[in-house]
Design a binder for this molecule. Structure first.
Ligand SMILES: [Zn+2]
Length: 391
C-alpha cells in the first residue's frame, strides 16, 4: 500500500503501536463516566477535552454530539464516529475491574472501545503530523442505544450531508468483521388503559395487564422465519401500582428486526392483531361488560435498512487496510449508527476498535486490549485511504 509508505503515515502507525497503554488508560477513564442514552453530557465533555488536545477545533452541536474538525484542502468530508451512550442506568457508579488481561465494566466494549479508538486515531494523526486531503470530522455522538433512535447520527448527517464522502463508525471491539449492511428494525410501545379498581370489590373489571398478557402470548406464537433472519422481542412490560389493585395502565415495549423490511411490516401487523385480540378477549371475559379498555401505540424508533455496494471504494479501503495488516474479516449485517447513512445511499461502515470484548449490554461486559493496535491501525488506514494524505 503506497499510502502506508508515506513517512507521516508510518509515524502514525508506529505511534499507535507504541501507545496502546495510553489508549487503554483513556478508555478506562471514559467508561467510568456514566452516559446512559439522553444523559451523555458529562462523558461528552470529557471527550471534548481529549479531542482538543489532539489539535482539533471542538464544539458540541444542538443534540449533544461532540465534534472535532480536522480541516483538509480537498473537497469532501470523511466522518469518523463512535457513540457516547450506554444502555445502563444513570445512578450506577462505574468502576473498571481488572482480572488478568480482561477489564470488566458495563459499556467497556460497547462503546468504550469505539470512543478510545476515536481518541487514539485523532491523537496519532496529530502526533505524526499527518496532513489529509479531505477534512476529517471526528464525532462522539449521542443516542445510538435504546430509544435514542440514532438521534446523534441523524443530526450529523443532516449537518454534513452535502459534503459527506464517507462515514466510518467504530462500535465495539474486534477486527474480524466489516458491518456494511444495515439491519432494519422497528421499536414500538403498546399501552392499554382502563378504569382500574380494587382487586376484590371491583373484580369483574377488565384488567389491562391481563389484556396485554393475552396479547403477548398470541404474539409470541407468531412464526418468525429463519430466512430472512428475523427476530421479535418483548423487552419491557410495565403496569400496575399494587398487588391488590386492578391496574389502570399496562404497557409493553417491542423490538422487531429483520434482514427483510417486508418481514418487519408483517410482524408489526401480527403484533397489532395479537394485542387487539388479547384486549377483546379480556373484555369479553370480564363480568362487567360496559367498561372498555383503550389501546394506544407509540413508535419508539425506526432504523432503516440499506447496504454498501460490493464495488464501493469504502469497502475497498477497509479491504486494503486488512490486506496490508494481514487481517481477515467478513461482511456483516447489524443495527448501528451506519444505518442512517446507508439508508440514504451514503457510503458507510461500522468497524470494531480492536482487542476482544464480550457480554455487551450486560453487567458482565468485558474488554481485553490484547492486540488492540491492529484495530486502531485498521481504522486509521481506512480513514486515510478515504481522505487521501498530502506529502
Ligand atoms: Zn454500540
Amino acid at each position: 500500500m503506497q499510502l502506508a509508505a508515506q513517512p507521516s503515515v508510518r509515524r502514525a502507525l508506529t505511534w499507535l503501536d507504541q501507545n496502546t497503554d495510553w489508549v487503554t488508560e483513556q478508555h478506562i477513564r471514559i467508561v467510568e463516566i456514566p452516559a446512559p442514552t439522553f444523559q451523555e453530557t458529562e462523558r461528552g465533555r470529557y471527550l471534548a477535552g481529549l479531542l482538543a488536545t489532539c489539535g482539533l477545533r471542538v464544539h458540541t452541536d444542538a443534540v449533544g454530539n461532540v465534534i472535532g474538525e480536522r480541516p483538509g484542502p480537498s473537497e469532501g468530508i470523511v466522518l469518523l464516529t463512535a457513540h457516547l451512550d450506554t444502555v445502563f442506568d444513570p445512578v450506577r457508579e462505574i468502576r473498571v475491574q481488572q482480572k488478568g488481561r480482561r477489564l470488566y465494566a458495563p459499556g467497556i466494549t460497547d462503546n468504550g472501545a469505539g470512543l478510545a479508538t476515536l481518541v487514539a486515531v485523532a491523537r496519532a494523526l496529530h502526533e505524526a503530523g499527518v496532513r489529509t486531503g479531505r477534512t476529517i470530522v471526528f464525532a462522539a455522538n449521542v443516542g445510538e442505544e435504546g430509544e435514542g433512535n440514532l438521534l446523534g447520527m441523524r443530526q450529523l448527517i443532516q449537518t454534513y450531508r452535502p459534503r459527506l464522502h464517507a462515514v466510518i463508525s467504530v462500535d465495539g471491539a474486534a477486527t474480524d468483521h466489516i458491518i456494511s449492511k444495515a439491519l432494519a428494525s422497528k421499536r414500538l410501545e403498546w399501552s392499554v388503559r382502563g378504569p382500574g379498581g380494587h382487586s376484590w370489590s371491583d373484580f369483574g373489571l377488565p384488567n389491562p395487564i391481563h389484556a396485554l398478557a393475552r396479547g403477548v402470548a398470541r404474539f409470541a406464537r407468531v412464526p418468525v422465519p429463519e430466512q430472512p433472519r428475523t427476530s421479535i422481542n418483548v423487552g419491557e412490560i410495565r403496569g400496575g401500582t399494587s398487588v391488590n389493585s386492578i391496574p389502570a395502565h399496562a404497557s409493553i415495549k417491542v423490538d422487531i428486526r429483520s434482514e427483510a423490511p417486508a418481514e418487519i411490516e408483517r410482524l408489526e401487523h401480527a403484533l397489532r392483531e395479537a394485542i387487539q385480540a388479547g384486549v377483546e378477549e379480556e373484555m369479553a371475559q370480564a363480568r362487567i361488560k360496559d367498561v372498555r379498555l383503550t389501546i394506544e401505540v407509540r413508535e419508539l424508533g425506526v432504523r432503516p435498512g440499506g447496504e454498501l455496494p460490493e464495488d464501493s471504494p469504502l469497502l475497498a479501503a477497509v479491504r486494503s487496510a486488512d490486506q496490508f495488516l494481514g487481517n481477515r474479516s467478513r461482511l456483516e449485517r447489524s443495527s448501528t449508527d451506519a444505518n442512517v447513512p446507508l439508508a440514504l445511499g451514503i457510503p458507510a461502515v461500522t468497524l470494531g476498535g480492536g482487542g476482544q470484548g464480550g457480554g455487551a449490554h450486560s453487567l458482565q461486559e468485558w474488554y481485553d486490549p490484547t492486540g488492540r493496535a491492529l484495530g486502531l491501525q485498521r481504522v486509521l488506514l481506512t480513514l486515510l485511504l478515504m481522505t487521501g494524505v498530502l506529502p
